[in-house]
Design a binder for this molecule. Structure first.
Ligand code: CMC
Length: 423
């Protein structure tokens, strides 16, 4: 690298297609000024870690968990097996799988005090706020979780988190509806048990249509990890302080709550409802092009041709609507997609439907209110957050996250006490 200010040249090694930010710190205009740094709001072109969990090629639309293509996992695996794969790095043997499913199943219950404080939320509390607080609170029930250097201990907390998320998510949902919380049923699969805790009323045994269970399981798989996205970065950043995994996961849930991340499918449904009918689409598209609107569910930081998850979700849409009947908003969504994909504005900016464009329609067909959509995302993303956290705490190269800044404020002002300023 050649510094044009001084004419001096520096050798900066390129490793794995990156240069080390610390290596360019040696580039200085003079001894007085600090070394060169990179300015990268939103980490658009900064690798923050090495990771062997998830591979994405945004240009080719490839998503792989531990090397396995998402399409194959969605079709042939199930969420708990995918969770095992993400956490452990390889697919389980029969014994490992049975032990894993058993462990997760038998940790779905939560301490009764968790139930008590969840009942203390306001009657109309957003379920995502309840989930965020409850997951954070779990750290007080498992103080040993702070011992993150012990691998058995880490395993225990990972199992507990994956197991308890559906319980906490379902109870957050029942709370707003004023319905009694339903305890887990250990005879049911992970996903069917979740549906049971959401929808069971007085029937002795909850049974869901297997096509709906499969569709929700596929949605969990599609959301299970997505390398260094906003919430995973939050989990890693907070986890880098060596806090317990419940607190780090709560940070991920907080990040996911935002409308640009996990909240996008909720915004998609609201947008489709606001558009109201197919004939209003051109007017809406004009609003997007004039910068007055945003086409929610379109665009992605990484995928610039298509989002492979969106393709699988379209298929799941068909399966669900076969059971529930077609969501009337589907027609608006399909027409909106068709018009947008032919429009120069979207083509030029490489804006395509992302995972959230159709997932909201499925969730609505499954009787979920929009506030629950992000909770579903959080349940699906938990093994991914934990796999990344697990990798982080064992990574010798990692340090506490602490970015630099470019200071733009005032300097060295003399403080005048209030009594003099206001005199
Ligand atoms: N509608 C209209 N214009 C858009 C959109 C959109 N959804 N997304 C990006 N653009 C425009 C943007 O205005 C910019 O235009 P210009 O170059 O004229 O200034 C250009 O496209 C590049 O966009 P960007 O904001 O620089 O892209 P980004 O990588 O920073 O943002 C994004 C990615 C996902 C936040 C953004 O596309 C967006 O806000 N989409 C809508 C929200 C959404 O669907 N989020 C879910 C993401 S997928 C689930 C997840 O992983 O969380």
């Amino acid at each position: 690298m050649r510094d044009n200010r001084t004419g001096q040249s520096y050798d900066v090694p390129i490793l794995d297609g990156t240069i080390k930010a610390s290596d360019i710190g040696q580039i200085k205009a003079d001894d007085e000024t600090p070394g060169l740094a990179v300015y990268d709001p939103g980490f658009v072109n900064t690798a923050s870690c090495r990771s062997a969990v998830t591979f994405i090629d945004g240009d080719k639309g490839i998503l792989e968990y531990r090397g396995y293509p998402i399409e194959q996992l969605a079709e042939k695996s199930n969420f708990l097996e995918v969770s095992y794969l993400l956490i452990h790095g390889d697919l389980p043997t029969k014994e490992q799988y049975d032990a894993w499913v058993h462990e997760i199943t038998y940790h779905t219950f939560v301490h009764e005090n968790v139930r008590d404080f969840m009942e203390g939320f306001r009657y109309d509390a957003h379920p995502m706020g309840m989930l965020l607080a409850s997951v954070g609170a779990l750290s007080t029930f498992y103080p040993e979780s702070r011992n993150i250097s012990d691998s058995d201990n880490r395993h225990m907390q990972i199992v507990r988190l994956i197991a308890k998320m559906p319980t906490l998510g379902a109870w957050s949902f029942r709370h707003a509806q004023g319905k009694p919380y339903v305890y887990p049923d250990n005879d049911l699969s992970y996903t069917e048990n979740f549906l049971g805790m959401l929808f069971k009323m007085s029937e002795r045994k909850f049974e869901a249509d297997p096509r709906l269970v499969k569709a929700l399981d596929v949605l969990f798989i599609l959301h299970a990890d997505h390398e260094q996205n906003c919430s995973t970065n939050a989990v890693r950043s907070v986890g880098s302080s060596q806090v317990d995994p419940y607190s780090a996961t709560a940070a991920g849930i907080a990040a996911l709550y935002g409308p640009l991340h996990g909240g996008a499918n909720e915004s998609v449904l609201r947008m489709l409802r606001r558009i109201g009918s197919v004939d209003k689409i051109p007017e809406f598209i004009d609003g997007v092009k004039n910068g007055k609107e945003k086409l929610m569910g379109f665009g992605h930081r990484v995928y610039k041709n298509f989002d492979p998850r969106a393709k699988i979700i379209k298929k799941a849409c068909d399966d669900v609507f076969e059971v529930t009947g077609v969501n009337p908003l589907l027609e608006i969504a399909q027409e909106l997609e068709k018009i947008a994909l032919e429009d120069e504005y979207f083509i030029k900016r490489k804006l395509y439907p992302n995972v959230d464009f159709y997932s909201g329609l499925i969730y609505e067909a499954l009787q979920f209110p929009p506030e629950m959509f992000t909770v579903l995302f959080a349940i699906g993303r938990t093994p991914g957050w934990l796999a990344q956290w697990h990798e982080l705490v064992q990574d010798k190269e990692q340090k506490i996250a602490r970015p630099k800044q470019i200071y733009t404020g005032e300097r060295t002002r003399d403080f005048v006490p209030a009594s003099e300023r206001w005199a």
